[in-house]
Design a protein around this ligand. Sequence first.
Ligand SMILES: [Zn+2]
Length: 236
Amino acid sequence: MTEILFRDDSYLREAAASVASVETGGIALDRTIFYPQGGGQPGDQGELVVEGGPAIRIVNTIYAADRKTILHVPAEGAAAPAPGARVFARIDWDRRYKRMRAHTALHLLSAALPYPVTGGSVGDAEGRLDFDCEATLDKAEVEGMLNALVLRDAPVSQRWITDEALDANPGLVKTMSVKPPRGAGHVRLIAVEGLDLQPCGGTHVARTGEIGPVEVVKLESKGKQNRRVNLAFRQP
Ligand SMILES: [Zn+2]
Protein backbone atom coordinates (compact mmCIF):
# COMPACT_ATOMS: atom_id res chain seq x y z
CA MET A 1 0.00 0.00 0.00
CA THR A 2 1.47 3.34 -1.08
CA GLU A 3 1.06 6.49 1.00
CA ILE A 4 -0.55 9.03 -1.33
CA LEU A 5 0.92 12.52 -1.06
CA PHE A 6 -0.74 14.15 -4.09
CA ARG A 7 -4.21 13.95 -2.56
CA ASP A 8 -3.54 16.33 0.29
CA ASP A 9 -1.19 18.52 -1.74
CA SER A 10 -1.43 18.32 -5.52
CA TYR A 11 1.26 21.02 -5.81
CA LEU A 12 4.10 18.78 -4.58
CA ARG A 13 6.64 18.53 -7.40
CA GLU A 14 9.34 16.59 -5.54
CA ALA A 15 9.51 14.30 -2.53
CA ALA A 16 11.92 11.86 -0.90
CA ALA A 17 10.78 8.25 -0.67
CA SER A 18 12.06 4.68 -0.34
CA VAL A 19 11.71 1.82 -2.80
CA ALA A 20 9.16 -0.61 -1.33
CA SER A 21 9.44 -3.26 -4.05
CA VAL A 22 10.18 -3.75 -7.71
CA GLU A 23 7.31 -5.49 -9.51
CA THR A 24 6.97 -6.60 -13.13
CA GLY A 25 4.67 -3.63 -13.77
CA GLY A 26 6.89 -1.00 -12.15
CA ILE A 27 8.58 0.37 -9.04
CA ALA A 28 6.57 0.72 -5.81
CA LEU A 29 7.59 3.43 -3.32
CA ASP A 30 6.54 3.81 0.33
CA ARG A 31 4.99 7.21 -0.58
CA THR A 32 4.40 9.04 -3.84
CA ILE A 33 3.52 12.33 -5.52
CA PHE A 34 2.92 10.56 -8.88
CA TYR A 35 -0.76 10.43 -9.90
CA PRO A 36 -1.70 6.96 -11.24
CA GLN A 37 -3.71 6.75 -14.44
CA GLY A 38 -7.43 6.65 -13.67
CA GLY A 39 -10.69 8.57 -13.69
CA GLY A 40 -9.96 9.76 -17.22
CA GLN A 41 -6.64 11.37 -16.20
CA PRO A 42 -3.32 10.00 -17.49
CA GLY A 43 -0.58 8.81 -15.12
CA ASP A 44 2.27 11.15 -14.22
CA GLN A 45 5.71 11.07 -15.78
CA GLY A 46 8.97 12.19 -14.20
CA GLU A 47 12.06 10.65 -12.65
CA LEU A 48 13.33 8.81 -9.61
CA VAL A 49 16.86 9.83 -8.66
CA VAL A 50 18.36 6.92 -6.73
CA GLU A 51 20.66 7.92 -3.87
CA GLY A 52 24.19 7.27 -5.07
CA GLY A 53 22.84 5.92 -8.34
CA PRO A 54 21.25 6.85 -11.64
CA ALA A 55 18.10 8.80 -12.41
CA ILE A 56 15.36 6.48 -13.62
CA ARG A 57 12.99 7.97 -16.18
CA ILE A 58 9.34 7.22 -15.31
CA VAL A 59 7.09 7.05 -18.37
CA ASN A 60 3.75 6.30 -16.68
CA THR A 61 2.16 5.68 -13.29
CA ILE A 62 -0.47 2.99 -12.71
CA TYR A 63 -2.27 1.17 -9.92
CA ALA A 64 -1.20 -2.40 -9.19
CA ALA A 65 -3.93 -5.06 -9.28
CA ASP A 66 -4.59 -4.53 -5.54
CA ARG A 67 -5.62 -0.88 -6.32
CA LYS A 68 -3.63 0.19 -3.22
CA THR A 69 -0.09 0.04 -4.52
CA ILE A 70 1.04 2.64 -7.03
CA LEU A 71 3.58 1.52 -9.64
CA HIS A 72 6.03 3.88 -11.34
CA VAL A 73 6.67 2.47 -14.82
CA PRO A 74 10.34 2.91 -15.79
CA ALA A 75 11.56 3.64 -19.30
CA GLU A 76 12.60 0.53 -21.20
CA GLY A 77 16.09 -0.61 -20.30
CA ALA A 78 16.32 1.45 -17.08
CA ALA A 79 18.24 -0.19 -14.22
CA ALA A 80 16.00 -1.44 -11.38
CA PRO A 81 16.70 0.11 -7.95
CA ALA A 82 17.22 -2.13 -4.92
CA PRO A 83 14.31 -2.47 -2.47
CA GLY A 84 14.95 -0.11 0.44
CA ALA A 85 16.97 2.34 -1.69
CA ARG A 86 16.30 6.02 -0.99
CA VAL A 87 15.06 7.96 -4.00
CA PHE A 88 14.24 11.52 -4.81
CA ALA A 89 11.01 11.56 -6.84
CA ARG A 90 10.25 14.40 -9.23
CA ILE A 91 7.21 14.72 -11.52
CA ASP A 92 7.08 16.51 -14.89
CA TRP A 93 5.40 19.51 -13.36
CA ASP A 94 4.47 21.52 -16.48
CA ARG A 95 2.49 18.63 -17.85
CA ARG A 96 0.85 17.78 -14.51
CA TYR A 97 -0.13 21.39 -13.84
CA LYS A 98 -1.88 21.62 -17.22
CA ARG A 99 -3.76 18.44 -16.37
CA MET A 100 -4.78 19.93 -13.00
CA ARG A 101 -6.11 23.01 -14.79
CA ALA A 102 -7.91 20.94 -17.46
CA HIS A 103 -9.36 18.56 -14.87
CA THR A 104 -10.67 21.41 -12.71
CA ALA A 105 -12.15 23.02 -15.85
CA LEU A 106 -14.18 19.82 -16.33
CA HIS A 107 -15.65 20.23 -12.83
CA LEU A 108 -16.77 23.71 -13.90
CA LEU A 109 -18.19 22.34 -17.15
CA SER A 110 -20.26 19.81 -15.19
CA ALA A 111 -21.47 22.70 -13.00
CA ALA A 112 -22.37 24.83 -16.04
CA LEU A 113 -24.34 22.06 -17.76
CA PRO A 114 -26.90 20.36 -15.48
CA TYR A 115 -26.90 16.95 -17.19
CA PRO A 116 -25.58 13.55 -16.06
CA VAL A 117 -22.00 12.93 -17.16
CA THR A 118 -21.48 9.66 -19.03
CA GLY A 119 -17.75 9.90 -19.75
CA GLY A 120 -14.77 12.13 -20.01
CA SER A 121 -11.02 12.48 -20.25
CA VAL A 122 -8.23 14.89 -19.38
CA GLY A 123 -5.37 15.56 -21.78
CA ASP A 124 -2.28 17.71 -21.45
CA ALA A 125 -3.96 20.96 -22.43
CA GLU A 126 -7.49 19.87 -23.19
CA GLY A 127 -10.35 17.82 -21.85
CA ARG A 128 -13.79 16.59 -22.74
CA LEU A 129 -17.00 15.46 -21.08
CA ASP A 130 -19.92 13.49 -22.48
CA PHE A 131 -23.36 14.41 -21.23
CA ASP A 132 -26.60 12.46 -21.26
CA CYS A 133 -28.51 15.29 -22.88
CA GLU A 134 -31.00 15.81 -25.70
CA ALA A 135 -30.81 19.60 -25.79
CA THR A 136 -28.99 21.54 -28.48
CA LEU A 137 -26.02 23.25 -26.88
CA ASP A 138 -24.57 26.51 -28.10
CA LYS A 139 -20.78 26.65 -28.28
CA ALA A 140 -20.44 30.37 -27.51
CA GLU A 141 -22.96 30.16 -24.69
CA VAL A 142 -21.23 27.20 -23.00
CA GLU A 143 -17.87 28.93 -23.39
CA GLY A 144 -19.24 32.13 -21.85
CA MET A 145 -20.70 30.27 -18.84
CA LEU A 146 -17.48 28.39 -18.34
CA ASN A 147 -15.22 31.43 -18.43
CA ALA A 148 -17.53 33.26 -16.02
CA LEU A 149 -17.01 30.39 -13.55
CA VAL A 150 -13.23 30.49 -14.09
CA LEU A 151 -13.25 34.22 -13.36
CA ARG A 152 -15.05 33.72 -10.05
CA ASP A 153 -11.70 32.42 -8.79
CA ALA A 154 -13.56 30.05 -6.47
CA PRO A 155 -11.46 28.02 -4.02
CA VAL A 156 -11.25 24.25 -4.56
CA SER A 157 -11.05 22.03 -1.48
CA GLN A 158 -11.46 18.41 -0.44
CA ARG A 159 -13.33 16.68 2.31
CA TRP A 160 -14.15 13.07 3.12
CA ILE A 161 -17.52 11.45 3.73
CA THR A 162 -18.48 7.92 4.72
CA ASP A 163 -19.84 5.44 2.16
CA GLU A 164 -23.16 5.57 4.05
CA ALA A 165 -23.36 9.36 3.77
CA LEU A 166 -22.71 9.10 0.03
CA ASP A 167 -25.42 6.44 -0.34
CA ALA A 168 -27.81 8.80 1.45
CA ASN A 169 -26.97 11.57 -1.09
CA PRO A 170 -26.98 9.85 -4.50
CA GLY A 171 -27.35 13.26 -6.17
CA LEU A 172 -23.65 13.88 -5.45
CA VAL A 173 -22.65 11.34 -8.06
CA LYS A 174 -22.81 13.09 -11.44
CA THR A 175 -20.61 10.73 -13.37
CA MET A 176 -22.55 7.63 -14.23
CA SER A 177 -19.63 5.90 -15.93
CA VAL A 178 -17.13 6.21 -13.05
CA LYS A 179 -18.36 4.90 -9.72
CA PRO A 180 -16.61 6.40 -6.69
CA PRO A 181 -14.17 3.92 -5.12
CA ARG A 182 -15.78 1.80 -2.40
CA GLY A 183 -14.46 -0.40 0.33
CA ALA A 184 -12.21 2.03 2.21
CA GLY A 185 -15.26 3.21 4.20
CA HIS A 186 -14.94 6.78 3.03
CA VAL A 187 -15.00 8.71 -0.23
CA ARG A 188 -13.19 11.90 -1.16
CA LEU A 189 -15.35 14.83 -2.21
CA ILE A 190 -14.04 17.79 -4.18
CA ALA A 191 -15.79 21.10 -3.55
CA VAL A 192 -15.54 24.06 -5.89
CA GLU A 193 -16.95 26.63 -3.49
CA GLY A 194 -20.52 27.53 -4.37
CA LEU A 195 -20.37 25.70 -7.72
CA ASP A 196 -19.71 21.99 -7.57
CA LEU A 197 -19.43 19.12 -5.10
CA GLN A 198 -18.75 15.56 -6.25
CA PRO A 199 -16.65 12.48 -5.47
CA CYS A 200 -13.29 12.66 -7.24
CA GLY A 201 -9.83 11.18 -6.81
CA GLY A 202 -8.05 13.47 -9.27
CA THR A 203 -5.66 16.42 -8.96
CA HIS A 204 -7.04 19.97 -8.97
CA VAL A 205 -5.82 23.56 -8.86
CA ALA A 206 -6.44 25.53 -5.65
CA ARG A 207 -8.59 28.23 -7.25
CA THR A 208 -10.58 28.27 -10.50
CA GLY A 209 -8.76 31.41 -11.69
CA GLU A 210 -5.63 29.32 -12.21
CA ILE A 211 -7.38 27.52 -15.09
CA GLY A 212 -7.17 30.65 -17.24
CA PRO A 213 -9.35 31.38 -20.30
CA VAL A 214 -10.95 28.29 -21.78
CA GLU A 215 -12.22 27.66 -25.29
CA VAL A 216 -14.99 25.27 -26.29
CA VAL A 217 -13.24 23.79 -29.30
CA LYS A 218 -15.98 21.48 -30.48
CA LEU A 219 -19.49 20.33 -29.60
CA GLU A 220 -20.39 16.92 -30.94
CA SER A 221 -23.65 15.00 -30.98
CA LYS A 222 -22.82 11.37 -30.34
CA GLY A 223 -26.34 10.09 -30.86
CA LYS A 224 -29.68 11.54 -29.84
CA GLN A 225 -28.93 11.42 -26.11
CA ASN A 226 -25.24 12.25 -25.98
CA ARG A 227 -23.46 15.61 -26.26
CA ARG A 228 -19.67 15.78 -26.15
CA VAL A 229 -18.04 19.07 -25.15
CA ASN A 230 -14.33 19.48 -25.99
CA LEU A 231 -12.32 22.15 -24.15
CA ALA A 232 -8.86 23.61 -24.61
CA PHE A 233 -6.88 26.43 -23.02
CA ARG A 234 -6.84 29.75 -24.85
CA GLN A 235 -3.25 30.16 -23.70
CA PRO A 236 -0.92 27.31 -22.75
ZN1 LIG B 1 -11.78 16.09 -9.94
